[in-house]
Design a protein around this ligand. Structure first.
Ligand SMILES: [Fe+2]
Ligand SMILES: [Fe+2]
Length: 188
């Protein structure tokens, strides 16, 4: 695997700027997810890279239709969160005058980013999971500390992020990351 970074297209560059400017409190996870995708699947098509870079964007747009996570692994929440992100990113891409079939492809990948389902969707989901275990652990340890979520809920989130990965070798890669996160939760 080469260490050379993936060259970014103008659309990826503009979208990265949108993510950084808009999702100010957790854009790191978005940008880091794309870095993980480029590690596990270098040379991925632009739609896959773009879906990975923007998969959680609805969280940057509070509103009355925004689903709220109650701390449990709730399928209905993840569906609503994924669909809302797909809608917001689709609107963004229409504003960038992207071709409708391309926009559709990105939307479909975002709709299943929590679940996977076909090879490219599994990559987006795996990159999200790796990045969660890479850069979101401190955020969730903080939630356990402040009591926003119970330690059991935070642990379940760490386990979920590992267990849902559908690509066996990537799940193996995530295993020590999950173990370390749980260890830190238990000794905190
Ligand atoms: Fe998500
Ligand atoms: Fe995510």
């Amino acid at each position: 695997m080469s260490d050379a970074p993936m060259p970014d297209t103008p659309l990826i560059e503009t979208t990265t700027k949108w993510v950084l400017d808009t999702y100010t409190y957790n854009s790191l996870h978005m940008v880091n997810s794309l870095e993980w995708l480029d590690r596990i699947a270098p040379g991925s098509p632009e739609a896959v890279r773009l879906a990975t870079l923007t998969h959680d964007m609805e969280r940057a747009f509070p509103g009355p239709d925004q689903p709220l996570w109650n701390g449990d692994e709730d399928y209905a929440y993840y569906v609503a969160h994924s669909n809302r992100s797909a809608r917001i990113v689709g609107e963004w891409l229409r504003g960038q005058e992207c071709a409708p079939p391309f926009i559709h492809q990105v939307e479909e990948l975002i709709k299943v980013h929590e679940f996977g389902g076909w090879p490219e969707a599994d990559l987006v989901q795996a990159a999200d999971s790796l990045s969660f275990l890479d850069v979101n652990v401190d955020l969730f340890l903080g939630f356990a500390k402040t009591g926003k979520y119970r330690p059991g809920q935070v642990k379940a989130k760490f386990v979920y992020s590992h267990d849902r990965i559908r690509i066996p070798w990537v799940q193996e890669l995530a295993k020590p990351m999950m173990d370390r996160a749980i260890e830190r939760l238990e000794v905190r």
